[in-house]
Design a protein around this ligand. Structure first.
Ligand SMILES: Nc1ncnc2c1ncn2[C@@H]1O[C@H](COP(=O)(O)OP(=O)(O)O)[C@@H](O)[C@H]1O
Ligand SMILES: [Mg+2]
Length: 370
């Protein structure tokens, strides 16, 4: 079994006034993993990160780092380092001095400090800016100083709270690649909080999806993309089309879901054991698994009216309305020569039975009390 750097067991955080910020959080983080905690604002990500770093006490539960119970230890006794969203650099110190600071505090001698700082500045690509002050740096460069400063103490775990949040779009794309590269080079375990699906899914080995102060799903980017477990995850992970209906009948691992005039035939994922006939059901279909035009090989067909096309780089997504307010996104791989739709034009949309993903309900605090 891989070495576990962080184990979080049944951790709760309740703030005065009965704000439940984190509820029954469980996770295991392996050595050298890049883990991302993904969820909307207010779902408890920062609070959890601060509890791992010892900046916030836990209300209940335990946290282990490298096998040691650190639940009641102060930050200085934990092998973690935190990188804040507002970089919190010392304005009157140079880049070199900012990075050097924690080594100096520890009493490391000058030559040894210099060696380590120069090596770190090289890792983050700042060696030529060592004598500048933070105010003479771009946002991306400041961010690198903050990263170097957090990494210089060689923590077992680096905690990053929305590290790219303050950067504009282009810089964020570049820094995503660089952060990942630095993480791989140093081999340090990264736990990164973000509300950006793109950041989490493109950088992390493991994604922890949160909402309602609870874990909704833990898995690789691919697992979460291909097998969203519940309604929240399917809805939050961008390119899923959501459908709602009633379970009509079940045969083996397949169900019929009735929605108005429409009957859908879809797969029941292995983790869903009970699918009572007559019960309300939700399922999702990824936009890249929806097709336009009549395809006799696909079990499911619906008709929609063309609404719009969304462009993102070379990817085009056509949007159709099935009934008022229910939109379906279809990713297209369109050649220049292909024609496009007129607004209101009717089109048949198809998807395979295997592409429909029956979903559990979103996890809520009330469910635990049952
Ligand atoms: N020090 C605090 N005192 C009281 N409530 C807090 C405190 N810190 C955070 N909260 C509340 O806890 C919840 C989770 O906050 P937070 O962890 O910051 O979420 P996120 O980082 O996911 O946006 C929110 O409802 C927030 O208002
Ligand atoms: Mg936060």
């Amino acid at each position: 079994m891989a070495e576990l750097d962080v184990v979080i067991e049944h951790v709760d955080k309740t703030f005065p006034g009965d704000t439940r910020a984190v509820i029954d959080f469980n996770a295991e983080i392996e050595h050298g993993e890049f883990v991302s905690m993904l969820g909307p604002s207010g779902c408890g990500k920062t609070t959890l990160l601060r509890m791992i770093g010892g900046l916030e006490e836990v209300t209940r539960g335990k946290i282990f780092i490298s096998g040691q119970d650190v639940t009641d230890l102060p930050p200085s006794h934990r092998d973690t380092s935190m990188m804040f969203q507002s970089f919190a650099l010392f304005p009157h110190r140079t880049v070199f001095q900012n990075v050097e600071f924690s080594l100096k505090m520890r009493g490391m001698d000058k030559d040894m400090r210099a060696g380590k700082v120069w090596a770190m500045l090289e890792t983050v690509g700042l060696d030529e800016l060592a004598s500048r002050r933070p105010s003479d740096l771009s946002g991306g460069q400041q961010q690198r100083v903050a990263l170097a400063r957090a990494l210089i103490s060689e923590p077992t775990v680096l905690l990053l709270d929305e590290p790219l949040g303050a950067l504009d779009y282009n810089l964020r794309q570049t820094m995503m690649v660089e952060l990942k590269k630095i993480q791989q080079e140093t081999g340090i375990t990264f736990i990164m909080v973000t509300h950006s699906q793109q950041e989490a899914m493109s950088m992390a080995d493991k994604v922890i999806v949160m909402s309602n102060a609870m874990v909704q799903q833990i898995g690789s980017s691919r697992e979460i993309h291909e097998n969203p477990r519940n309604r929240f995850v399917a809805d939050f992970i961008g390119n899923n089309n959501m459908f709602k209906g009633t379970i009509k009948s079940r045969s083996g691992s397949m169900v019929f879901v009735e929605a108005g005039e429409q009957l859908y035939y879809i797969r029941v994922p292995e983790h869903i054991r009970q699918v009572p006939v007559g019960q309300e059901a939700h399922f999702s279909v990824r936009a890249d698994l929806m097709h336009t035009g009549d395809n006799p090989d696909m079990a499911n067909k619906v008709v929609g009216s063309y609404v719009a096309t969304e462009f993102l780089g070379t990817l085009e997504t056509d949007v159709f309305e099935l009934e008022p307010g229910q939109f379906v996104h279809v990713e297209q791989h369109r050649k220049l020569s292909d024609s496009s739709y007129k607004i209101g034009e009717r089109e048949t949309l198809c998807f395979a039975a295997d592409s429909g993903m029956l979903l559990e309900e979103t996890r809520r605090p009330e469910d635990l009390e049952r």
